[in-house]
Design a protein around this ligand. Structure first.
Ligand code: ADP
Ligand code: MG
Length: 488
């Protein structure tokens, strides 16, 4: 399917995402069953999860609060009167024969998530809604077996579904939107955002239309993408597939397709029935939930500082470039580590450089998170101060002191530097004798220098460094040598 950029340019892609986020509550949404990830199959199932006749659901207050937090983070309107609806359909891993969800009264309406693209342009992605619902169980098809196994641990797990308006226009926008959502749920502590483990799942609705058109084309829904990158790839592949079909004079069929990440193609799973009739109706077993002003205020006051606000703060209060601020706020833990370092230094840019550079590369190399990083924020701050005070050169600090701090149990940068014997000499009175010695030892060079061979200064500095065993503060040495050569 080779499509030229020219042909591609004739079309606009229209994309809407539906993101399922599994909430980190300790019990399920309508029962007290536990929610550990990776528990043995069918160990977190009570009569409620198994839909035994006569059992009754009871709403998990925490789940509703988590959904509200997400809505507040996205500037959604919070519904004060909430019903839960039955969505009726048959599925082997849905023992009730219906799913409890919110149809007409989603807990959050509207909202917006700003996404900043590589080009620097920021677009606001409008949300249609965020609603609460329960997950279904999981059917497991073992290769080579005739039977299907069912694990009901997931049945009744709390989910929010975030539905965007069809306002996304490229695979990049979809990618950035999803990474923003992942960042938000992690900041809020309502989900671990792990797509590989399925705690965040995304369906992408994709259609195309001619650039000048204002009528959307028929949409295709793509499922089964287990990483952000795969969502982006699947959308790219699907847009191209639709363009080739339309270019060949064929019709797009509204259907659900699945993405095969190994081959990089989407293939049909099922066509959408003409009219999905789920016969939604309010569940008579659950009473309506009213979100009072007092309750909403309580939830608001428990909101953490969000990435957008931190980014602003890093730019305005800490005077970091926006690039740095963006990287540092990618994760709440990194952002807080920066704030802790910044409490003990004045040089915020240096703190940022250290974290984005040596600290992050160490974490990446060892697949660690910042919580597992052995150097405390205070200690890194001390190291930065030692450099700023001229007691350590940056290269010695980063190549020797930093790595020793990581491996030793020591938590004082100064004592590590002393043990390594690498404290720079920035004391004039101990440097001057060395400088005078060097000048006395190279009288011809001094004359050449005076005649205009200014490049020789580096040689003099090198000699002083040698005699100081590398511990002379280079800046101060440079100044003193210039002065002494002048006088010579
Ligand atoms: P359905 O009735 O099939 O569930 P909805 O209108 O509820 O469709 O929308 C489901 C998702 O599909 C939303 O994220 C929406 O933004 C998106 N969507 C709707 N129409 C289109 C379209 N023509 N092209 C791409 N995405 C669309
Ligand atoms: Mg819908």
């Amino acid at each position: 399917m080779d499509i030229s950029d020219e042909v591609r340019a004739k079309y606009t892609a229209v994309i809407g995402l539906e993101v399922h986020v599994q909430l980190l509550t300790s019990s399920k949404i309508f029962s007290s069953d536990e929610t550990y990830f990776g528990a043995s199959p069918n160990t977190q199932v009570s009569v409620v999860s198994l839909a035994h006749p006569g059992t009754l659901p009871k709403l998990n207050r925490r789940a509703l609060e988590f959904a509200i937090k997400m809505g507040l983070a996205c500037q959604s309107e919070i519904s004060r009167f909430n019903l839960f609806d039955r969505k009726n359909y048959f599925y082997p891993d849905l023992p009730k024969g219906y799913q409890l969800t919110q149809d007409r009264t989603p807990i959050c309406r509207g909202g917006t998530v700003p996404v900043t693209l590589k080009s620097g342009i920021t677009r606001n992605i409008l949300l249609n809604r965020i609603h609460l619902e329960e997950d279904a169980g999981k059917s497991i098809h073992v290769e080579g077996e005739d039977d299907t196994l069912v694990d009901f641990n997931r049945a009744g797990m709390p989910l929010i579904e975030i539905v965007t308006e069809p306002v996304i226009r490229s695979s990049e926008e979809a990618y950035v939107f999803l990474s923003e959502i992942r960042k938000l749920v992690r900041y809020l502590g309502i989900c671990d955002g792990n797509m590989e483990e399925g705690s965040m799942r995304c369906d992408a609705n994709v259609s195309i239309m001619l650039k000048q058109s204002d009528t959307f084309g028929k949409k295709v829904e793509i499922k089964n993408m287990n990483s952000l990158r795969n969502v982006q790839r699947a959308i790219e592949v699907e847009i191209d597939r639709q363009i080739s079909l339309v270019e060949a004079g064929e019709e797009i069929v509204s259907e659900t397709r699945t993405f095969d990440a190994d081959v990089g193609v989407t293939s049909a799973m099922r066509t959408k029935e003409e009219l999905n009739d789920y016969r939604y109706f309010p569940d008579p077993d659950l009473s309506p939930v009213v979100v009072t002003d007092a309750w909403l205020d309580e939830i608001k006051s428990g909101m953490p500082e969000l990435p957008q606000a931190l980014l602003q703060k890093f730019v305005s209060e800490y005077e970091l470039p926006e690039y740095d601020a963006r990287l540092l706020t990618e994760s709440k833990e990194i952002a807080h580590y920066f704030l802790s370092v910044a409490e003990h230094v004045n040089n915020y840019k240096a703190a940022s450089n250290w974290i984005m550079g040596p600290v992050k590369s160490y974490l990446n190399e060892h697949a660690l998170t910042i919580d597992q990083f052995p150097v405390k924020a205070e200690t890194l701050a001390e190291l930065i101060r030692l450099i700023d005070e001229g007691k350590l050169s940056f290269s010695v600090a980063s190549q020797q002191v930093f790595s020793t701090l990581i491996t030793s149990k020591e938590n004082s940068a100064l004592s590590v530097a002393q043990q390594l014997n690498v404290i720079q000499d920035s004391d004039e009175s101990s440097l001057l004798p060395l400088i005078e010695e060097v000048i006395a030892n190279f009288p011809e060079k001094v004359i050449e220098y005076k005649k205009g061979k200014k490049g020789l200064k580096a040689m003099f500095i090198g000699e002083v460094m040698k005699r100081s065993k590398g511990k002379a503060d280079p800046k101060l040495t440079d100044q003193l040598i210039s002065k002494k050569l002048q006088e010579a």
